[in-house]
Every structure is written in structure tokens, then in C-alpha cells.
Ligand binder design. Sequence first.
Ligand code: OOG
Ligand code: NI
Length: 465
Amino acid sequence: MPVNTLAPGQLRAEFARRLSEMYGREVPAYTTLVEVSRAVNTEVLQRSGADAERLGSITRVTAERHGAIRVGTPEELHQVARIFGALGMHPVGFYDLRDAAASAVPVISTAFRPIEAEELAHNPFRVFTSMLTPADPRFFTSELRAELEAFLARRRLFGPELLELADRAEHDRQLCETDAERFLELAVGAFELSTEPVDKRWYETLEQVSAVAADIGGVTSTHINHLTPRVLDIDALYQRMSERGIEMIDAIQGPPRWNGPDVLRRQTSFRALAEPRRMRAPDGTVSTGALRVRFGEVEARGIALTRNGRARYDRLLEEYGDAPEPEVWQRNFPATERGLLEEDLAYFTYRLRADRPRDSRPPANLAGLLDEGWVRAEPIVYEDFLPRSAAGIFQSNLSGKGTRDNSRAATEYDLDWLSSVIDRDIQDPFTGYERQQNTSIAEIARQLGISEDLVPNTSTERKHG
Ligand code: OOG
Ligand code: NI
């Protein structure tokens, strides 16, 4: 009898499901958040019908989560990349949060996620993954750096069996059921909150520098920091959570609510309650203390912006601050998907329409094809993160500000450096969207027998057409 095997996509979906179960046990407010998100999504679906699924099927959105984890060293990040590799999750994007927040957030990050459209549709689970930067002298003195690095070098986050199974899964692109079961159990377990007592003196030493540094380097294990469901109406969710007595941070971060297409992403969060953690005092006695580092977050996702669109978005934030008014948006962004498309501000997948004309020749430009009913343009959903909101989320959930000595020069890190650390290519976020759009254009051109290049920027073609 053939042995049942699980492919990376199945492993990923199952990992996300189990992680969610585990996190729900650890942080009960997360379960409330998931319930409220589900209720809001059902309502939006009833209210808007097919439009609600324009940026992903309801099945996808219901299961959709992103997690956040934080590790201490390049070696640990390298191992994390192997585990996510087994799940068909690849590093995309480089985020440097060290200067993005007023509080001390001494980390650089990437996101592990599926890349192919089918894989994203199957289960888009992604993990924002941050690595501590002990070498940055703005945060750490050389003495503290040495002590921190020695501490990190002594701990082991992921055991050999887990890593061996991960490598095999990635190499074979599958695991048999028995191995999959073991792999998932070990992988989920690696992100569970440890019951190992926290060294109180060491934790507090790091906390003075940065609460994030303490959360990462003050303990001997790692844990999932938050797990975030996706909601189709984040304003409704915000209100509903507040009514339930859960105190949200005072803003929804990202673009404002307005009467045009949703772009990029919006997110908001609540601070988790203090969690009981065992603490070891310098005299060796162990008692139960409390730490407040984990939180609940929810996100809404919109259309992926092109480089042009993103530049415009970044310019708006620069000019108007992190929370521009809807009126600002109104003046600066087209209020329709077609407008975004014509100004080359957002990405779309082009598909032939079943009801296209049969008795004429197709025009050889996208605007004509759209106008005359040959093709339709479906928005591509934004799958990544935003550095400013990420820093904002870190910051809004920290108790102390920590310290950053700006008179010292930052240690430089970039995408290539991080890529060499994990020994894998880190994809530029724009590449995937662009490829998906261009592939779909090439495909309709082929199907229609149009040999000319169909460039996505239709506005110029219009003027001449
Ligand atoms: C990650 C913060 C970034 C988001 O949604 O922007 C993030 C963290 O707190 O470790 O998850
Ligand atoms: Ni998050």
C-alpha cells in the first residue's frame, strides 16, 4: 500500500492550524480575536457577496494568519529558515526596525512566506522573523554585547531531530505521515512558551536597554510573539473588540479607511495581559512573576502597490505623518482599481473573459482589451509587511522605551548580508507581484494571438488609441 505523504503546502496549513490552537491555549484573548474576526468576515461576505472575496477566497481568509517570532543569532535564524523551508515558506524582504521606532527595537527582520500564487491561495501563512543585533553599539556596550552573545551561544532553540526532519522535508518536498506528525509536534513545541525559570537579574539588565532585547536574549528559548488573523473590515473589528472590553491601541495603523480600494495593509493590536512566568532570583529562589510581552494583533490586507504606488504611499506618510486623513488619500490616490491600474500604482492579474467578443479582432493594448470586454483585471493581494507599522506595533506594546545612543554609528546590515547569514536568497517583495502580473499578461497575449508587447501602463496607450 502506498504511504501517505504530506507536501510542503499541507505541512504549512497543518503547522499554522496547530500553532493557532497552541497560541489560543496560551493567550485566551487571541481566541476572542479569532472569533470576532470570523463573525466580522461572515458579515462582510453577506453584505458584499463576491466583492468580499476579491482579495482572496473566504476559505483562504478564514485560515489566514501571520505569526511573529524573534531570534538572537545568525545561527538561530539559519535554523529557522530550514524549518520554514520545509513548510514551503521563503524569505521575502528586509526590514530594518532599529531606526523606525522611537523606542529601542534592536532587530532586523525578514518574512518567511509562500511565493507562488497557488501556494498563497492554498494557505498564505507567513512569519515576520526578527533577529537581535547585539553588535549595534547604539544599544549595547561591548561588555553587555559579550555577555549577551555568550548567553545566546549556550542556548539551543531547535533540536537535531527537528532540523533533520526539516531538511528531509525540504529536500524531498514531502514527509510521510509518521514523520510529518513528529515534525509538526517538534516544530510547534519549539515556539511554545517555556516553563523554564527566567533569570531575573539578566532579564532586567537587558530590559533596561530594550524590552525586545530582554524578550529575545533574556530567556533560553523562543516563543511565538503574536499570531494575527486577517479581517475584512478592521474598523468594525476594532469597535467590536472595544465593546467587549478589550483595550485596543489607540489607532489602526496603515492607510486610512476611505471610499476607494484597500491598499497594502492595515493593522491594530491590543496588549496581552501579563502572563505568569517563573523567575529565578539571584539567591536561587524561584517564584512566579509576570511578563507582559505578547499581544494580540489583527490585520486587513489590500492590493499590492507597484514601486510607483509604494513611492507615493511613502511620500504621503512623510508629508502627513503615520495616519493621513482620508481627505489626503482622496487627493492623492485614484478612487478605483481601474485608476490604480492606469497610473501603474498597483498590481493586477489579467484573465480572459469567458464572455469576450467572438466576432472581432482583439485590440493590442490592455486598455482596449479591458474596455471592450476581452479581459478583466483582478487585484493582487499584498502579502508583505510595512516597516513603519511593524516598528509601530513593536513600540505600542513595549512598557519601557529602553535606550539608544544616537551619538554612536549604527552597524550596517542589508538584504545581502542577511541573505548570506541564512544561506538563501531573500526575494525582493516587488519581484513576485511583478512576475505574477507579467506572466498573466503574456498568457492572455498568447491566448489572443497578440504578438505586440502589452505593457501594463495603459494610460499612454489610451491617449494614442
Ligand atoms: C513583529 C512586529 C511586526 C507586523 O505585523 O507588522 C509585525 C514582532 O513584534 O516581533 O508582526
Ligand atoms: Ni504582526
